[in-house]
Design a protein around this ligand. Sequence first.
Ligand code: NIG
Ligand code: FE
Length: 395
Amino acid sequence: MSGSLLVDNIGELVTNGAGEGPLGIRRDAAVLVEAGRVVWVGPSAYAPAADHHVDAGGAAVLPGFVDSHAHLVFAGDRAPEFAARMAGQPYTGGGIRTTVGATRAATDEELRATVRRLRGEALRQGTTTMEIKSGYGLTVADEARSLRIAAETSTETTFLGAHVVPAEYADRPDDYVGLVCGPMLAAAAPYAKWIDVFCERGAFDVDHARAILACGQAAGLGVRLHANQLGPGPGVQLGVELDAASVDHCTHLSDADVAALADTAHSDGSGTRTVATLLPGAEFSTRSPYPDARRLLDVGVTVALATDCNPGSSYTSSMPFCVALAVREMRMTPAEAVWAATAGGARALRRDDIGVLTPGARADLVVLDAPSHLHLAYRPGVPLIRQVIRNGVPQ
Ligand code: NIG
Ligand code: FE
C-alpha cells in the first residue's frame, strides 16, 4: 500500500512503551503509519491527516502477536496419538519419528502448502511475526529443504536438526551429532538465523546439546533451546551458559534454574537476557502440569508466550488461546500475558522493532472486536481479531 495510513478512534491502545501500566496503555489514541513503520502515536483528536484511514470504532488495538516458537514444516498429523493421550497415554516425544517419516516422504509443494496454511491461520488470529523451526527432516537434504521453505515465509528460522536421533542412527547417536554439526549445519545455515536442540531425556543429553549449539554459534547462528519440558534437567542452565536468547517450555524448573535465569538480568532493569518462553498449548495437549509463570515473573525473569504449533504436542496456531491458558492456568495477569505474547516474543527473538507500537516500530497492529485487551482472556475461544495490519498493510 502506498501513502500513509491512520488508525484512529482507538479506545485502548496497547503500546508496550510509554503510557499507563505495564502495557503502556493510551486511551482515545491514534497511530500514524508510513512506509511500514509507526511514525506517530497520540490522541485521536489531534491525529494528522493521512492517505488511508482505519476507524477502530473505540475498540482496543495492540501490537501484532510475536509467536517465537513454532514447528510448521511437516507432513501428516497425529490426531490418533492425541486421542490416545486423552485416554490416558503419556506424551514422550516418541511420535516425532512418525512425523519425520511423513515429512521425508512429502513433496516440497506439500510442505510449502502446510506452512502457508498454518501461517495464514496464525495471521488471521493476530500473529504478525512467527518463528519457524525445521526438525522433522533429520537428513542433510530434508533439513535444508525444510529451512529453505520456512525462509520463504519468515526471517526467524531455526535449525532443529537435533530434534531427536532418527531411527537409522538409533545405536550411534555420536555419529548423528557429528552429522548435525558437520554437513547438516553447513547445508542448513544459509537459511537459518537460530539453532535449537531438544535437550531432554530420550532426545539429546547436555553434552551433545552443548556441542551442537556451540557449532551453531560458531557458524553465526543464535542459540535457543527446548529445555525442561518433560522433566527436570540441565537444559535451562545450559541455555544460560551459552547466552541463549530463549529457553523454551520450562515446565519443570528447580530453584537453581529460576535463579540462573534471573541472574541474566540486564543492568538497566529491562528484564533478562535469556527469556523463558512458556508454551501452554503443549501442556494443554499433552495433559501435563502447567509451568508456574509467577515463580519466574516475581524474580524478574522475562517471560514470552508462544504456540509451539506442531502436529504432536500442540497443534494450535492461536496466540489468543495461549494468552487465555496462561491467565487461567499459569498465574499470569491478563496484562502480563498480553505483554509476553507481544513484547516478550520480540525479546525472545532479540528484536526491538516488533512487539511494540512506538515511533520507529514495524507497523504490526491488531484491532480487536473488544474494548480492552482483557477480553483476550475473558472471552476464550471467541474470534476477537477484527483486523490485522502487518508491515503497514491491512491484511
Ligand atoms: O516442542 N519437544 C520437542 N518438540 C516439540 C514436539 C514435537 C512433536 O511431538 O512432534 C515440542 O513440544
Ligand atoms: Fe517445540
